[in-house]
Each structure stands twice: as structure tokens, then as C-alpha cells.
Design a protein. Structure first.
Lengths: 114, 114
């Protein structure tokens, strides 16, 4: 009954490979986010969305595409994966973009690019 | 630009002693709520504390924080650290309805020693 789920939980690919990370939320939240987490950098925002079909660029978007197909589903695409994209990726959702709304995080996907 | 500055790196404290994790922020958007998120080992970040009222102490799970807008600070404190408090802590000022982004600090690792 987890409200934010991610798949896969672990992924290994090679340089130049094509990777899609999936996120689904059942919170009925409008906003969804993709972060990467790296030691020394904390959580960094890649892309976010405030509804189906909407996409906003985050702080570290280079090398990533994202698509929000429904209110529930948000995908992160790495079309030419590089070793620098090895990281722990979190998806999150919130009821509103600001107004003090708490973000609810998924369990994370650990991606390794060889 | 927008920034959040937290106590850097690792904070080590002996069980039973007080602990303080610093957070100061600088944002171009109107910040109306402030969060501390906690991330335990191999888990996702989750909200520990939230505050939106200037100069009001907020408490949860033995931790407390007071928002001081005059000094742009929202430090996290606990009078008696527990082993179970060992985790990664993020400070996150959150904006108004037109600011969808949440700026996370780089995080502070708290290690409580027996």
C-alpha cells in the first residue's frame, strides 16, 4: 500500500545504454519530482511536473528526459547513459508545489552505469 | 540564487548528549514553510519537522526547531541524542504557490555513539 513506488529498484547498464526509471504514486498528488542523491551533493532536482503532460526542468537536467503520462505515472529516461549518472534516484510527490506541502518519497532506484 | 547551508559532513555525538544541526537559507522566492527531512540508512527521506511560523518552536520525536526569519535560520536540536537518531538530515525551505521547487541542503550525517 506504499503511496510512491519505483521500479526497478536496482539497475545496471553499460555506457551508452538506454534506461527508463518508473515512478507511480497513489496519493492523488499533482506534483511529482525526480531527484538524484550523491554523497557530498545531497538531493538534486532533475525534473518535475505538476500534472499529466507537464514537465519542468530542474537543477541538473542534462542527460535526462522525463515524461508524465498520467497523474500517477512519471518516468525518467536516460537515452545515452554515462558513468556520471551512476547514482541513487528518488521519485517524490506532493499535493501542491509550494504552500508548505510535504514531499513523499519512493524507495529509490540504484542505477549503476558501467 | 537560492541556497541552503547546513552543518557540513558528519556530526558525531555521544548518546545522551545534546545535538544541534545548523541550517541557514537564502531564497529568491517567498518561503512559507520549512522542513527538516530525515533519511535512515537504506530508506527514503521523510519529514521530521515542519514550521511556517516565525519565532515559534516546533517539536517532534524529541527534536525541536525554531524558525527565525530575521536570521534566515531553522536549526534542528535535541537535548539528548539517541542511537536511533543516527541518520542523514536535510533542511528544506519550501516556496509559495508559484515556486514548485524545493531546495534541499546537502544534508548532514548524524552519528550517535554509544
Amino acid at each position: 500500500e506504499a503511496a510512491v513506488t519505483q521500479s526497478p529498484r536496482n539497475k545496471v547498464t553499460v555506457t551508452g545504454g538506454n534506461v527508463t526509471l518508473s515512478c507511480r504514486q497513489t496519493n492523488s498528488h499533482n506534483y511529482m519530482y525526480w531527484y538524484r542523491q550523491d554523497t557530498g551533493h545531497g538531493l538534486r532536482l532533475i525534473h518535475y511536473s505538476y500534472g499529466a503532460g507537464n514537465l519542468q526542468i530542474g537543477d541538473v537536467p542534462d542527460g535526462y528526459k522525463a515524461t508524465r503520462t498520467t497523474q500517477e505515472d512519471f518516468f525518467l529516461l536516460l537515452e545515452l547513459a554515462s558513468p556520471s549518472q551512476t547514482s541513487l534516484y528518488f521519485c517524490a510527490s506532493s499535493a501542491t508545489g509550494g504552500t508548505g506541502a510535504e514531499q513523499f518519497f519512493g524507495p529509490g532506484t540504484r542505477l549503476t552505469v558501467l | 540564487g537560492d541556497s541552503v547551508t547546513q552543518t557540513e559532513g558528519l556530526v558525531t555525538v555521544t548518546e545522551g548528549l545534546p545535538v544541534k544541526l545548523n541550517c541557514t537559507y537564502q531564497t529568491t522566492y517567498l518561503t512559507i514553510a520549512f522542513f527538516w527531512y530525515v533519511q535512515y540508512l537504506n530508506e527514503a527521506p521523510q519529514v521530521l519537522l515542519k514550521s511556517s511560523t516565525d519565532n515559534k518552536r516546533t517539536e517532534h520525536q524529541g527534536f525541536h526547531a525554531t524558525l527565525h526569519k530575521s536570521s534566515s535560520s531553522f536549526h534542528l536540536q535535541k537535548s539528548s541524542a539517541q542511537l536511533s537518531d543516527s541518520a542523514l538530515y536535510y533542511c528544506a525551505p519550501t516556496g509559495d504557490t508559484n515556486a514548485y521547487k524545493v531546495i534541499f541542503g546537502k544534508g548532514t550525517h548524524l552519528h550517535v555513539l554509544p
